[in-house]
Design a protein around this ligand. Sequence first.
Ligand code: IPE
Ligand code: MG
Length: 235
Amino acid sequence: MDGNGRWARRRHLPRATGHRAGVSTIRPVMEACHAAGVHILTLYAFSTENWSRPRHEVAALMQLFGDTIDSEVGEMNAEGIQIRAIGDRSKLSPRLQKKVRAAEEVTSANTRAILNVAINYGGRHEIVAAVRDLAVRGADLSQLDTETLSGALYTAGLPDPDLIIRTAGEMRISNFMLWQAAYAEIYVTETLWPDFGAADIDRALAAYARRDRRFGAVPDAAALVEEAVVAPASL
Ligand code: IPE
Ligand code: MG
């Protein structure tokens, strides 16, 4: 969800106002995803690197997370949305941790859609935490395989993302789901997060639909050509 600061600067408003404006994007985006048949959405709200922002901005963001839980969770729960958080929540204030836990608990039986919020999330941190956790639980790390590591990540039980949308034009992954993004399709739009909406989701999904996902295999057409070349000789 990038571009809140630029959105605010263009209007000569404080950055925190941009972050507040960004919150109102969440609901229409979720609805557009749902209408398109996308039932799992992760929002990258705060990275492990975002702590290096000015203290007042970090404080405003933390306040906003709590306020957003207070204002949104009731309705999301009524709509059958399951809320989850990924990231190292131990660094959040006890008050915010409690709000996050309560939001997860109250929505845990919901099945209509999953809203996953990445807060104090970093892909590198997640992988290191997962390996440490396995070690603490006595796993034989010399036998570690991809399934075991996947199952120890914050995203255990969730499928890998099919599509990663980055708003505000930056062409980088910024420590987001480094492991899970192995074969994710990436869509970058210049649109700033507060300006992003249902029409942008539709555009992103249309672009996604045109992608040829091969997961490392050869393109279908190439495989057919290969068969055509090989088959006559092997007859
Ligand atoms: C993203 O918007 C929101 C968070 C990191 C919480 P930015 O604050 O990074 O906006 P820009 O990049 O300055 O426009
Ligand atoms: Mg940014």
